[in-house]
Design a binder for this molecule. Structure first.
Ligand code: FE2
Ligand code: FE2
Length: 355
């Protein structure tokens, strides 16, 4: 046995032990190292919804009144009219042409999520098990509170879930009700499927060329940890798909460089990049434009907490920002900023990007 294979076996065994006891027994997991987790032919990401809330000022006011950005998220009373949610449909085309669909996140307001899921046929894909895996990026309000919109169609869906999630978030999986407070979640469809609790320094291989990696990074509202999707596209390189990207896009790129075979080949990214969620400018964001530009990506798809202000400046600086269409304007609700913007630097609701 080669040393590498031996080490891989050890990692699988220890992860198996760590994951036993009611939660998933997912065994396709290995320790981070110079790993080759295979390749895919192509990747399509469909933006189901990136409008986590519709108006920044209203959300900011809710947070301020509750005590500020480090308030415990389950203690905040939210203005329900303002709530949407984040979710993406991720479609992987394997080298042999076989296509597999994954759902990343389940949004916030279940009324909004039911609406966007129906609009894009996600409800039917869940019912028919065309989608049988949900990756919860992190348990932030806007990515996780809408869990019921997924589970009511498929309660036994396989879920990848950050091991660092809040105790209320674990309770929500089992069917808790926090909805006495405005904007807090409830779940009438308890989860019955496999639950894989992701931990640091492990690579969870979904299929050849596709993996989940957990980063133990702090975020606002006392949330901790985020699952990130990595794909390796044949002849192109690595693509990351994120919910919020709280660890930072440079951290994700550097992780691939250090831990994956040919990890210096960055092809692109999709998702919230958590740079300027409230559209304020900080000089260190200029450095981030330089840093991302130096990574020589081919396609950068961004939205949600990236901040239009950053995306616009990044596009002007020559970063290959993939432009959105105006599909989002036909939705029953539109973000106040999206309505005002004509630069299309965000991939909006209903837009797609192909890698
Ligand atoms: Fe977010
Ligand atoms: Fe977040």
């Amino acid at each position: 046995m080669k040393r590498r294979d031996f080490l891989k076996g050890v990692a699988v065994t220890s992860a198996g032990v760590a994951l036993s006891g009611g939660v998933g027994t997912f065994s396709n997991v290995f320790a981070a190292g110079k790993e080759d987790f295979g390749e895919i032919k192509s990747l399509k990401v469909h933006c189901i919804s990136e409008t986590s809330w519709f108006d920044n000022a209203t959300l900011g006011k809710d947070i301020k009144e509750a005590g500020g950005i480090n308030t415990y998220q389950y203690n905040v009373a939210w203005n329900v009219e303002n709530l949407g949610g984040y979710a993406a449909l991720v479609e992987v085309e394997a080298l042999d042409g076989k296509k597999t669909k994954y759902l990343l996140d389940s949004g916030w307001n279940t009324e909004w999520m039911d609406y966007v899921f129906a609009k894009d046929g996600i409800d039917k894909m869940l019912k028919s098990k065309e989608i049988n895996t949900l990756i919860v990026s992190h348990d932030h309000i806007d990515h996780y509170y809408g869990l019921e919109s997924t589970l009511k169609h498929q309660p036994d869906i396989r879920i990848f879930f950050p091991s660092t999630s809040m105790k209320e978030s674990f309770a929500l999986l089992k069917g808790a009700d926090f909805s006495a407070k405005p904007g807090q979640p409830k779940n009438t469809a308890p989860h019955k499927g496999e639950l894989i609790l992701t931990k640091p320094n492990k690579v969870y291989k979904l299929q050849e060329g596709a993996a989940v990696v957990f980063f133990d990074a702090p975020a606002t509202l006392q949330v901790r940890g985020e699952n990130v999707l990595y794909f390796k596209i044949k002849d192109k390189g690595y693509v990351t798909v994120t919910g919020c990207c709280h660890p930072g896009i440079m951290t994700l790129i550097n992780y691939a460089r250090r831990n994956f075979k040919d990890g210096n080949k960055n092809y692109g990214c999709y998702g919230g990049l958590h740079i300027s969620p409230f559209e304020n400018w900080d000089p260190k964001m200029d450095d981030l434009i330089k840093g991302v530009k130096a990574m020589n990506m081919t396609k950068v798809g961004c939205n949600h907490c990236t901040g239009w202000v950053w995306a616009e400046k990044a596009a002007l600086a020559g970063i290959p920002i993939v432009k959105g269409t105006n599909k989002n304007l036909s939705y029953k609700k539109t973000g106040s900023l999206a309505k005002a913007k004509t630069s299309n630097v965000f991939l909006g609701n209903g837009d797609e990007i192909v890698f």
